[in-house]
Design a protein around this ligand. Sequence first.
Ligand SMILES: Nc1ncnc2c1ncn2[C@@H]1O[C@H](COP(=O)(O)OP(=O)(O)O)[C@@H](O)[C@H]1O
Ligand SMILES: [Mg+2]
Length: 259
Amino acid sequence: MSASDVQAIEVRGLSTRFGETVIHRDVDLDVEVGQMLGLVGGSGSGKTTLLRAIVGLLVPNKGSVKLFGESVFDADPTIRRNLRRRFGMLFQQGALFSALSVYDNIAFPLRELRVLDEDMISELVYLKLGMVELEPRHAQLMPAELSGGMIKRVALARALSLEPELLVLDEPTAGLDPDLADNFVKLIRMLQKELGFTVVMVTHDLETLAGLATRVAVLAEQRIIACGTPAEVLAVDHPFIRNFFCSEHAGAVMQKGIV
Ligand SMILES: Nc1ncnc2c1ncn2[C@@H]1O[C@H](COP(=O)(O)OP(=O)(O)O)[C@@H](O)[C@H]1O
Ligand SMILES: [Mg+2]
């Protein structure tokens, strides 16, 4: 297999359960390098749990997850650590460390590397702050002093601090007003064009999905029931897909927004 054939994400036969409750049954998922995959599914269907398994935060009961051809559950801590630097995450809960300033939040992953001096870290922090369209003066603020939209931007700056090849987003626009959500989607799209990273994103927001996703995967009945381009997924006959995409409004959004 040549390097260009390596998938950004390859999930095979993934099964997870909590106690007696089965969350995923034999899930397969492929995400090619450079794609932006939107993962949708009902509330409690296991989307966040799947993202956690993809980044190695949760060990599944069965199956494998590879990122860029390397197993996230590899026994070798060096391989895991190297892999850890290749993705950034923006999760719904705990987006920022509340006791650290904006500066220290963005610097955190850079300091963890233990190879950069403080001048270099400072340069990178201000660079990332600019990338997410915040100003240098925002660096000294504490998370409690930020608006919802600014918190998302700082969390994005932190997720991008190690220049990841894969960005994992869980409900990136949840809790934002439509205008702010739209701005945030545009920002991610612009950065993705510039930097070329792969995106896997959970969202229940159709505008976010239409604005970002080049491909869509649908999680229902413990498995991926459809995965493909938005048009391919819309054509699948399944009650969840009908409800989620096929209202008049949803149809219009998806038609307008397919990227
Ligand atoms: N750590 C956990 N322990 C037990 N149950 C969990 C845990 N995490 C999630 N669950 C349960 O697994 C199901 C899927 O959760 P989740 O992946 O968060 O769903 P989604 O993100 O699709 O809304 C839910 O019923 C949730 O309550
Ligand atoms: Mg969730």
